[in-house]
Design a protein around this ligand. Structure first.
Ligand code: FES
Ligand SMILES: [Fe+2]
Length: 369
């Protein structure tokens, strides 16, 4: 029976679906993400009043817009009338207007106006789905799953970025042409130092801890963090132990920290099997960064945030992430052609990430049966 299924997928010439998958890697590469979490959808500042954009969460199209009252809403991206995408329309006041017959929807998804004759009928009750929305860390987040769970599911707090003198922050937003599980493998599997041999953000990583607890995978590497390239001159090793990094896949997010001085969160928006919007917030303590030759001087916040971070983003972090995005995209190409080849994976952490991704998707499928 198993052989028969395999033959069918091979004949189709495309990777198997989650149900057809024959092994863990195939399952991981076909899994969606559990919608009962908050996912980043847009940058708060970019979604100005009256603006609407399409956001896709795992093949579901959502119209995200900000009304003239400043409130952001997310509604299903289809008109109840003839199923046009509402994102082809526009925002009027706090309503979305469909471009075809002009039906109007409010932020709860209720059709509140039909601007043509009703053929003697009362204004009918038509509704489309709406999604909980919140703004945090400069991002607009949507909750694509069961709205009843929205208040109990939390977006991680980042106290380092609050207050009057926050850490230096680098924001990266990249749409990777690969599956979200490949992104997760990439950000937590430190065996790929070779890819970054030019910038050397880490090298010689040895996995010293790997632990799966509930919906989290925690791991640690002994490695040299930030020791290469130009960056090496700006990292104050007297103040931070940069020989170890702790990482976590805290479903559906990923994070790292180096001696409480360098941290990041990776928030992803899974779009489809081949596309993942990936948002990184990297943040750095004042004491971590130094100007060569100035010794133990504590860097003022303005210099850290307005000068050092933009330079680090341009010359170190963006090129690095572009290397990762490229590698994941070509990994996806390789997988799409060779999904049936034997698994050759050495890092046990990768197995743990994939197992968590699969389990969370199975939980979602079981709930929706
Ligand atoms: S299709 Fe939207 S108003 Fe008719
Ligand atoms: Fe990388």
């Amino acid at each position: 029976m198993k052989e028969a299924v395999k033959l069918v997928t091979l004949q189709k010439g495309k990777p198997p679906s989650f149900e057809e998958a024959q092994n863990r890697r195939q399952k991981a590469r076909a899994a969606g993400m559990n919608p009962d979490y908050w996912y980043p959808a847009a940058w708060d500042k970019e979604l100005t009043k009256g603006k609407m954009q399409e956001v896709v969460f795992w093949k579901q199209s959502i119209a995200l817009y900000r009304g003239q009252d400043g409130v952001v809403s997310a509604i299903e991206n289809r008109c109840a009338h003839r199923q046009l995408k509402l994102s082809y329309g526009h925002v009027e006041g706090c309503q979305v207007v469909c471009p075809y017959h002009g039906w109007q929807y409010d932020g709860s998804g209720r059709c509140v106006k039909i601007p043509h004759e009703l053929f003697g009928k009362k204004m009918p009750e038509f509704s489309i789905k709406s999604y909980p929305v919140q703004v945090k860390h400069g991002l607009v987040w949507i909750f694509p799953g069961d709205p009843k769970l929205a208040s109990e599911r939390k977006i991680p707090d980042i106290p380092e970025l609050d207050g009057s003198d926050p850490w230096g922050l680098i924001k990266i937003d990249v749409t990777v042409k690969g599956h979200h599980s490949m992104v997760m493998d990439n950000v937590s599997d430190f065996t790929h130092a070779y890819l970054h041999r030019k910038y050397k953000p880490f090298w010689d990583a040895k996995l010293t801890k790997l632990e799966s607890v509930g919906d989290k995978v925690e791991l640690e590497y002994d490695t040299v963090v930030g020791g290469g390239g130009v960056t090496a001159h700006f990292v104050n090793r007297a103040n931070a132990n940069t020989n170890r990094i702790k990482l976590g896949y805290e479903y559906p997010y990923q994070r790292s920290q180096t001696d409480e001085h360098i941290k990041h969160w990776c928030f992803i928006l899974p779009i489809d099997e081949n596309t993942t919007r990936t948002i990184f917030l990297f943040y750095f303590a004042h004491e971590l960064v130094k100007i060569p030759g100035l010794g133990a001087w504590r860097m003022p916040g303005w210099l850290l945030r307005r000068v050092v971070m933009p330079l680090a983003k341009k010359f170190q972090v963006t090129p690095l992430i572009n290397e990762d995005a490229w590698a994941v995209a070509v990994e996806q190409e390789g997988y799409n052609s060779h999904f049936d080849r034997p698994i050759a994976e050495l890092n046990p952490a990768v197995h743990e990430f994939q197992a968590l991704t699969i389990r969370k998707w199975e939980e979602h499928l079981a709930q929706t049966k």
